[in-house]
Design a protein around this ligand. Structure first.
Ligand SMILES: Cc1ncc(COP(=O)(O)O)c(C=O)c1O
Length: 399
């Protein structure tokens, strides 16, 4: 018997087919309009079909698509310069995805100690609930059994400690520790924010023990929290940082950023990627930065975040049977549900509102950074209707 679909069965897809997008809206094949607060899981940072991104992509498409890294790529020069000027970093390696940015970050950290004559220092400490991607190294870094099972021995050199547990972290550091890897806000883990104090202590700890601090800002970066990168709220800088998702606005693009010192082991021949830094990706990445670095975009994110937070706090008060807690920063928000989060997702989808599941029974709201206050209120109104519906169903069930 023929399979229902020749696609791998790795995804549990919702039965929705979208034909096009406009800003924060996705339009299904039958014309139904959905408010898209999933944004391709924090990827469509500027919404759908942003005119500046569309014209940058079209313009580049008419010039040259792909060159490889055998030659100089001017778009890489400009995008890396802009990224280093706007951050702690001195060096950039371009990738096509978040997991590849993490792979580069992990290799950079290990190679740093190797180049310093300490090849035994290759262990990386990570945190429970983390998600760093689906490659063999990044599932080892994430440490989640459900992603590791059945794929052979876990890649060596990754050690996990409980979230927000400084004592456990200190106890886990050995002579072989190379780096500490952490998401400033766990996304998949359920929008769990690492406190400013914890990040500051991490920085101090890394300095004290000669370890590299590696941040995974694949989801939290590029304006999502109302700063260009989430770690800026804590007033610290990492040694290495993985970036992806929002930087491409929907085009596959990632980057590993590092200080000159941290990247010092990554000499010619140590790493590479056929597509990484492709001219199309560079054109879009530069166009995304044009908008994100413009005067008022980050302030806009902070303002709209306030609208969301106030609205969500009020919904949490009014629907305690449905909403347990509101989490997150900027436009990386989580609703910890009292009902099964799948039920809440389904109920909001019936209201034509899209969001993303996460761990700890949380649903994530990751609206495009260009979401207006009015669109935020529209989303909150849809959430309210869904919460009303679920509350009524629960009352009926218990009556
Ligand atoms: C924090 C974080 N790191 C890494 C990744 C992996 O990125 P990608 O799916 O582009 O490989 C993700 C993806 O969800 C992520 O949220």
């Amino acid at each position: 018997m023929a399979a229902a679909t020749p696609l791998y069965d790795t995804y549990a897809r919702a039965p929705l087919r979208f034909e096009r997008g406009e800003g924060v809206w996705l339009i299904a094949e039958d014309g139904t309009r959905y408010l898209d607060f999933a944004a391709g899981v924090a990827v469509n940072s500027l919404g759908h079909a942003h005119p500046h991104l569309v014209s940058a992509l079209k313009e580049q498409a008419e010039k040259v698509w792909h060159l490889s890294n055998l030659y100089e790529v001017p778009g890489q020069e400009s995008l890396s310069r802009r990224l280093t000027e706007a951050t702690f970093a001195d060096k950039v390696f371009f990738t096509n995805s978040g997991a590849e940015a993490l792979e580069c970050a992990i290799k950079t950290a290990r190679r740093y100690h190797f180049a310093k004559g300490q090849p035994e220092k290759f262990h990386i400490i990570t945190f429970e609930g983390a998600f760093h991607g689906r490659t063999l190294a990044t599932i080892a870094a994430g440490g989640q059994a459900k992603y590791l099972e059945g794929f052979g021995p876990k890649a060596p050199g990754f050690y996990q400690v409980p979230f927000d547990d400084m004592a456990a972290l200190k106890a886990a550091i050995t002579e072989e520790t190379a780096a500490i890897l952490i998401e400033p806000i766990q996304g998949e883990g359920g929008i769990r924010t690492v406190s400013k104090e914890f990040l500051q202590e991490l920085r101090a700890l890394c300095d004290e023990y000669g370890l590299l601090l590696v941040l995974d800002e694949v989801q939290s970066g590029v304006g999502r929290t109302g700063k260009l990168f989430a770690h800026e709220w804590a007033g610290i800088t990492p040694d290495i940082m993985a970036v992806a998702k929002g930087i491409g606005g929907g085009f596959p693009l990632g980057a590993c950023l590092a200080t000159e010192e941290a990247a010092s082991g990554m000499v010619a021949g140590t790493h590479g990627s056929t597509y990484g830094g492709n001219p199309l990706a560079m054109a879009v990445g530069n166009a995304v930065l044009d908008v994100i670095l413009a005067d008022d975009l980050l302030q806009h994110v902070r303002d709209v975040s306030l609208v969301f937070r106030q609205g969500l706090a009020s919904l949490a008060d009014r629907f305690p049977d449905v909403i347990e807690e509101i989490r997150g920063e900027g436009l990386m928000l989580g609703i910890k549900a009292k009902v099964p989060s799948a039920d809440l997702l389904k109920a909001i989808r019936a209201e034509r509102l899209l969001a993303v599941p996460a761990g700890e029974n949380v649903i994530r709201l990751l609206p495009p950074l260009i979401t207006t206050a009015e669109e935020a209120r529209e989303g909150l109104a849809r959430l309210e209707r869904a919460a009303e519906q679920l509350t009524a169903e629960r009352r009926q069930a218990s009556a």
